[in-house]
Ligand binder design. Structure first.
Ligand code: BV8
Length: 237
């Protein structure tokens, strides 16, 4: 493998699966337990805010009981190793957990938001919060009651930091997709953008994804096994 220095990695729920966080589309996954329309759309939130607050309260609470796994830790090691040789790593995650940060990664873009942040639907103020929320809460900035909502990008909403994502993609030597089914756009379209730019592409996933055919190379296996192996290869090159 030629020396790679600027790597962009897209991660999905599969990288957190071995930490005990449910993925979305596998057997018994989150979207089987909860209808997407009710818990992950603005319309669902407007129709039943208490249900949606509770859906995210349950997932935020679960965060306090899980730990980063070998894949998260390997990516943090990769970030430091690339930095040491004048390179860079950007992790673009679709995940709303904070396991990349808990594993030591610093340059992380949460394009679908994060469980530990709240957003006021009236004044747009954002703040860190780890506690349960309800429709009776008030915004800490504008004091408006029922202002706070999960700082999560729901279906039909604009993902965060698309300009910054475009910028890092334009500099990448290698684009790697880890633990995602390639079902959700614009995240699933990033591999096509990489190909258009002539960037090398690699997929590390438990099984074939919807976009596997678009990758130069696809390695199948559990992230906890294949990600540390791949990181060791890159750092040894
Ligand atoms: C947008 C937050 C405009 C919620 C999420 C009609 C109306 C409006 C929009 C659309 C529409 N039709 C299509 C769209 C676009 C829509 C979309 O893509 N829909 C799909 C379903 C067709 N997208 C949007 O609405 C986006 N916004 O389009 O705005 C726009 C247009 C152009 C440019 C910019 C903006 C907003 C999408 C964000 C929605 N919010 N999450 C929450 O988390 O509560 S999406 C949700 O799916 C999660 O974020 C999740 O990350 C994401 C993708 O799922 P995955 O992470 O891939 O998880 P999944 O379970 O699917 O797969 C897990 C994978 O891991 C599997 O492959 C499995 O094999 C693997 N795996 C399992 N275990 C392991 C493993 N791999 C390795 N090791 C293991 N151990």
């Amino acid at each position: 493998m030629s020396k790679l220095n600027h790597i962009v990695i897209l991660t999905g729920a599969g990288i957190s699966a071995e930490s005990g966080i449910d993925t979305f589309r596998s057997e018994g996954g989150l979207w089987e337990q909860y209808p997407i329309e009710q818990v992950a759309t603005p319309e669902g939130f407007a129709a039943d805010p208490a249900l949606v607050h509770n859906f995210y309260n349950m997932r935020r609470a679960a965060l306090k009981t899980v730990k980063p796994n070998a894949a998260h830790i390997a990516l943090a090691k990769l970030e430091k190793g690339l930095h040491a040789r004048g390179g860079s790593l950007t992790i673009i995650t679709q995940n709303v957990d904070n396991l990349h940060e808990q594993g030591g990664a610093e340059n992380v873009i949460h394009m679908h938001g994060i469980l530990t942040s709240l957003l006021c639907q009236f004044c747009g103020h954002r703040w860190e919060s780890h506690e349960d929320t309800s429709p009776n809460d008030s915004c800490i900035a504008c004091q408006r009651r029922s202002g706070p909502r999960p700082d999560i990008v729901w279906f039909g909403e604009m993902p965060y930091e698309l300009d910054r994502i475009d910028q890092v993609m334009s500099q990448a030597d290698l684009f790697v997709s880890i633990g995602t089914s390639g079902a959700v756009y614009p995240a699933a379209g990033l591999v096509s953008e990489a190909r258009r730019r002539g960037t090398k592409t690699l997929e590390l996933n438990l099984e074939e994804s919807q976009g596997s055919y678009l990758f130069d190379e696809s390695r199948l296996g559990k992230a906890g096994d294949i990600v540390p192996k791949w990181v060791a290869e890159v750092l040894a090159a």
